[in-house]
Write a protein that binds this ligand. Sequence first.
Ligand code: HDD
Length: 714
Amino acid sequence: MASSLLSSATEKVKNMTSARSQKVADLATSTKDVNNDWKATTDYGVKINTHDDWLKAASGDRTGPMLLEDHIGREKIHRFDHERIPERVVHARGSGAHGKFTLFESAADVTTAGVLTDTSRETPIFIRFSTVLGSRGSADTVRDVRGFAVKFYTDEGNWDIVGNNIPVFFIQDAFKFPDVIHAGKPEPHNEIPQAQSAHNNFWDFQYMHPEATHMFFWTMSDRSIPRSYRMMQGFGVNTFTLTNAKGERNFVKFIWTPELGVHSLVWDEALKIAGQDPDFHRKDLWTAIESGAFPKWKFGIQVIPEGKENDFDFDILDATKVWPEELVPIRYIGQLELNKNPDEFFTETEQVAFCTGHLVPGIGFSDDPLLQGRNFSYSDTQLSRLGTNWQELPINKPVCPVMNFNRDGAMRHTITKGTVNYWPNRFEKVPASTKEEGAYVDFAEKMAGMKARIRSDKFKEHKSQAELFYNSLSAPEKSHLTAALGFELDHCDDPIVYERMTARLADIDLDLAQAVADMVGGEQPKAQTRPKHNKTSKGLSQLEYAPEKPTISTRMVALIIADGYDAVAYNGIKAALTAAGALPFTISPRRNKIFAAGEDKSTGKGVVADHHLEGMRSTLFDSVFVPGGAQSIETLRKNGRAVHWVREAFGHLKAIGATGEAVQFVRDACDLPGMEFSTTSDVVDSYGVVTAAQVQPNSFKEVLSMAKGAKDFV
Ligand code: HDD
């Protein structure tokens, strides 16, 4: 069997010659396809003749005691007992996918890195998305930062950007990382709450630690409840360096922006989805890739040439600061695309190990004190999670050759031929390469100073960019942020925590501080405690990241029907949605055949609903459409869940469409006085509810325009 597996793997590799699938092809050499060979063996290769029973001392027709001798049974239980490995100490919950990075503009003016200069290359990538605080089994839609780690398998070795969907961080110095994480994780005495920052310790730390102010404004914004991993920006956060062929060094931040735009859930939706479908983001990513709707991000760099680093009123090495786009524009040079789901979660997504220390020639570190500490932590944590030889695991192996004198350690896989494992040696084959041969040569940075545990003065200002962020949000985003703070501090039961926090908010914005204090209790701040600068900046509000062309592609639209529905409207909208790349789902009171008005139940084909109204709720869809049909609407009116579906979708600011008899049904379900609905004119778009009394092609076009995302504007 082993040889047939090996040859089928080799065959796979031969068939995958394109650079884009280079890593996938490499993985195929370690992949067993058990779909075609079900004959089980022991781990040492002996075929077994039962998969059901332990070896027993049977006497007559009675089952006797089990025998310890059963080496096959023991092996099975023993292997099972040790299946789990420690989860990641942070970012335990996540999911990932394979893809490629393509470069459309060379950055040779600032770097020599092949991955950023050779436009003919396609570099294989693996991306893992994650939440930070929750355990491996926690829900996807909790309020949290999302991890966005990218591994580039370049021709010169692996390059990892271990990023987030938020451009700044809670702390400036890695020394503080265990503190901020301990404060955010479940509390030590009772391990409550799971995957939440809404508790005393988290907010106590935020208050005690003013440098976190900018970051918690971001985590209280809609950015921390994304609609989909596919609809989030990614940021390398730390400041790295790029060096060009002339030896000139530049400081750089990496940023990537989704083709589909940046979109979020509303908080009530996120809370409900956490129970209704804890795998919401994981499924969304998986399904999009399986259906060929490959998620894409424009990849950009912000560059500050060496010599200009002191031109700013913040320190460019401070990870609690953004580089405002007015000052340092983003230059988009490439594209990240995800196009293949992993074959096995554990060996790929769980065992993938990212390290900020993984750089390739042309890319370097900066003296960012958060980054420097991270460079130790990532390779260190892999030891307790995966063991010494974690870099040999298939998902972590580079696609270029690896050779050095590092040897042995637990679970070493590579068998290295050769009689010496040290340098210098009598064979005098020089193991070192020159820069021209592609070696990583460190930039000769000038160093001077005294050893001290200090930070530079510019690191001491913590409020200005928090205000910049808040000022730059739209009115709805501000109100979401206010409500988020209200929710979080309401979950803190120690008055010192919520009272001090609301006081702190008055450093940024008095109205915000008063609104939150009003909600959560305690003393009302009376005055702004720090003079405001009232400035705004580009690129901070997520509304700026609407897709270039409005699109409904990959959005999930529920079509609610019951027997007697209007087939013309139903078929028309379904076809229009499918043509626009959306995913229509039919939802009915029962998951069974539903018959159109006038269709004979004994001879008609009917439509089989994808789900019934109780099975999938409105929260799991982007938009709802209700076709008319007198009998269908009469049934839906009497169904409390159907009415709630529409009402809840409206409450979550979703686009809702209705035609014919459904117009009045939707109007009644939404039940808002003063709303303008028309049962006579062609198409009315009011508060994101699009209704058309008469069914005609134009009404479908209008419904598609809801792709612009009513919720972003309300
Ligand atoms: Fe970290 C995991 C992102 C600061 C220590 N981090 C981890 C992951 C992401 C980030 C996305 C999950 C990677 C994966 O999917 O496997 N971390 C960040 C960002 C930071 C940051 C954007 C700030 C700029 N991290 C940070 C500091 C330290 C760590 C300051 C320690 C000094 N991070 C870790 C870790 C983890 C980790 C303990 C846990 C699992 C792992 O590394 O592989 O080493």
